[in-house]
Design a protein around this ligand. Structure first.
Ligand code: 8MY
Length: 287
């Protein structure tokens, strides 16, 4: 269900950081295309040897992304296994993860943020139509392919990354640490991810984007995070009530009360045309 890439056709360059179970590197992939050699810039995502037992789940995530194509879904070229190394080969996305981009204090406008939210909603709508659950929607897994330049009127362009190791494989602590992005019902049944779980995560991710990549619960310990759900708390509402309404509809503790993707897109479209956007063309950077 995915393309196997020969290790010798890859070259690994600088390290770009690490996720919870993986390390990422910039690299190159060499193909022979009708007789001529072609070099492609790639992102190499290597599964930590300590989590070797998760390789099936790691590759399941890769095959999910390589079986379906959509403009806002990351392109996965294939996988390469070499001894103890399990490597997912992805298209290299120029500006990397959105959470880091926002935290670096780029002041982006309200319409920039709405544009990103709408692109994520269209990716989710595509997955919903194919009844595919992503399971790890968050700004860290949104990749920025184009910055968008307000003066040139060009808008940002994002790609949803692979979900990584599935919730069923990770420990309880990893699930708790994903509060507030993980839907509350997942804590009791991590192997039963539903499309509604992605709606909750969508709400938390929009909140995160409008909060410039800062998460309210950063630094909270796992008990405090667990308590946040056990007392049915919500993230603080944005002063933009229509946006706050959409986020709280998505982050409804009753999974079947969460809106459909079509409703989410409809509500985002009306937000885009509201006068709030013009009034807040470029928000002052609140760090
Ligand atoms: N400085 C810098 C910089 C870092 C990365 C990229 N590019 C990229 N391309 C991908 N395909 C995936 C990722 N990811 C980053 C985190 C995750 C977690 O999922 N993925 N980054 C570009 C610039």
């Amino acid at each position: 269900q995915f393309h196997m890439i020969k290790y010798e056709d890859l070259s690994c360059d600088e390290s770009l950081g690490q996720g919870s179970f993986t390390r990422i590197f910039k690299g190159k992939k060499i193909d022979i295309h009708d007789g001529e050699k072609r070099v492609t810039e790639v992102l190499l995502k290597e599964l930590d040897a300590t989590h070797k037992n998760c390789w099936e789940s790691f590759f399941e995530a890769a095959s999910l992304m390589s079986q379906i194509a959509h403009r806002h879904l990351l392109l996965v070229y294939g996988v390469s296994v070499h001894g103890a190394k399990n490597i997912m080969v992805q298209e290299y996305v120029k500006y990397g993860a959105l959470d880091l981009y926002l935290k670096r204090g780029r002041s982006v406008s309200v319409s920039w943020k709405l544009d990103v939210a709408k692109q994520l909603a269209s990716a989710l709508n595509f997955l919903e139509e194919k009844n595919i659950v992503h399971g790890n929607i968050c700004a860290k897994n949104l990749l920025l392919a184009r910055e968008g330049d307000p003066s040139q009127g060009s808008s940002p362009f994002i790609k949803l990354s692979d979900p990584g190791i599935s919730m069923a494989m990770v420990g309880k602590d990893v699930i708790l640490d994903r509060i507030p992005w993980v839907a509350p019902e997942v804590l009791g049944a991590p192997e039963k991810l539903t499309l509604e779980c992605d709606k909750w995560s969508f709400g938390a991710t929009v909140w995160e984007i409008f909060n410039n990549g800062n998460s309210l619960l950063r630094g909270w310990n796992l008990d405090q995070k667990k308590q946040f759900y056990e007392s049915f708390q919500q993230l603080p509402p944005s002063q933009w009530t229509e946006l706050a309404d959409l986020i709280s509809q998505c982050m409804d503790y009753q999974a079947d009360f969460r809106p459909s993707c079509r409703s989410i897109i409809r509500q985002l479209n009306s937000l885009i045309t509201s006068d709030y956007v013009i009034l807040h063309a470029t928000e002052p950077v609140t760090q």
